[in-house]
Design a protein around this ligand. Structure first.
Ligand SMILES: [Zn+2]
Length: 201
């Protein structure tokens, strides 16, 4: 899983680009020019305006939010695809605010943010700040059902060493239903799945 490597050292360009198997983290990066194919706007019923995801992820996310809505739950995307340049500014802002060391625990450096894949979303329920998403019924529902729509909680509690990030109850990654169910059922991180199931295919 590259746990032996220092963060942001010996980095490599991400493999499996434009597929659900792509892994972007502090080891694997995307270049400045990487813009995922088939980006589409998420319906503003389920997202703030201007939010984009890759088509498959978008359709699946909308279906999930729609099914949650039937249970009187509100799942809204507040951040999704982010370009390389957007991430440059965001990361620099966090560094100014909190210092580099702290910023690295919660924000990806440009090229290393999963949001650039167009497969990652941050959600909230419109009432509670996203940092408290964990306390909401929407979170509980997603814990039970997100994998059925191909989404995983990407930075779980207890996996900080593997993912390189602090626990984030609001950040989800589309990996497709099969991989999402496997990861959920085996209680592993995407890094672990990638190292054991994808890397040497
Ligand atoms: Zn995020």
């Amino acid at each position: 899983m590259n746990l032996d490597l220092e963060e942001y050292k010996n980095t490599e360009e991400a493999k499996y680009q434009n597929t659900e198997k792509i892994l972007v983290n502090k080891h694997y990066y995307l270049t400045k020019n990487y813009v995922p194919k088939n980006l589409e706007n998420i319906s503003t019923k389920y997202a703030l305006s201007g939010m984009k995801l890759v088509k498959k992820a978008k359709e699946s996310f909308e279906q999930m939010a729609k099914d949650a809505e039937k249970q009187d739950l509100t799942i809204v995307a507040m951040s999704s695809y982010r370009s390389y340049n957007y991430q440059v500014n965001l990361y620099n802002r966090y560094v100014k605010q909190d210092g580099k060391e702290k910023a690295d625990t919660y924000s990806g450096r440009a090229g290393h943010s999963e949001h650039q894949t167009g497969l990652a979303i941050d959600v909230y329920n419109k009432e509670t700040n996203y940092t408290n998403f964990e306390k909401t019924d929407e979170f509980k529902w997603m814990q039970k059902h997100a994998q059925d729509y191909g989404f995983i909680l990407r930075f779980p509690k207890g996996k900080e060493k593997e993912t390189g990030y602090q626990y984030e109850s609001w950040h989800y990654r589309y990996v497709g239903v099969e991989i999402a169910k496997y990861i959920k059922n085996n209680n592993i991180s995407f890094e672990e799945y990638y190292a054991t199931k994808i890397k040497d295919w």
